[in-house]
Design a binder for this molecule. Sequence first.
Ligand SMILES: Cc1ncc(COP(=O)(O)O)c(C=O)c1O
Length: 313
Amino acid sequence: MTNSPPGTPPCLLSLVGNTPLIPLRFEPEGLTIYAKCEFLNPSGSIKDRFAVAVLADAKRRGILHRDSVVLECTSGNTGIALAMVGAALGLPVTILMSQSASVERRQIMRHFGAEVILFQADAGYRTGIDIARSMAEKDSRYFLPSQFDNPLNAEDHEHFTAQEILQQAPQPIDCFVAGYGTGATLAGVGRGLKKCYPKISIVAMEPAEAAMLSGECPCCHAIEGVAGGYLPPLLSTAPLDGAVKISSQEALTMTRRLSREFGLLVGTSSGANVVAALKQAQELAPQATVVTILCDRAERYFSTKLFIEEPAL
Ligand SMILES: Cc1ncc(COP(=O)(O)O)c(C=O)c1O
């Protein structure tokens, strides 16, 4: 059962994507950057795009049947997005996630009716992916969106997110900077923008504590949703020109500044992306257009450092 009359796509799906791109003027620094407001997607993150793309595609291709269950390993946002779209399409969803991901995320997924299975915090993304694969091998009801390997994840950003940015940003676009979880945003948006502007710089933001693209070992960091201790396969399809390291402290400070100076209630990876974008803008001409992503909302970080270690005013 879905929330729309038979034959029509559920209304919810039409709310995904087409997010605004806003200028952020930083007076003390004398810099303006442009931020794509992905936190305005209906479940609150950029991952709504993949959830709609993969489940609508599976439905179209007739892969899903009456007893199919969507099964995914995710640090949270993809799980929330799949749980939401699954609810709208009448599909059961099971999510595998690390114990370390914030408790708010689990609660939201369960609120959408998804089953949540936790694995050990120190095990890293790969373990969860392997558990999902072995569950699917033993039980044919499971459908795996496979966000880390599925080319559709990046293609959707190439065909939609990148095209939206091309329509919204002041031209030419000189730089696009974003973090990587699956690498799909950098791969898809990067490819889409590079086709139009071959000289654009596509830059990966990575936590200074886990700068794997810079050849360093992954360690704990506070920028949830990115750099899960593994270089994802989709990232190798991103037309990267460089990487910029942002510390957890820089990310937390900027995320708080975004809420207090701009009224933007966004998560820590958004703060990290904005610091990275400002660093790129500083190196370019004053009129250069630097675009980044505000990936998700702050409400899913109440139990994390972002709120717990908030300095008193
Ligand atoms: C908060 C947050 N920021 C950034 C990303 C990175 O997106 P991608 O998986 O496209 O690399 C994610 C991915 O889950 C995320 O949850």
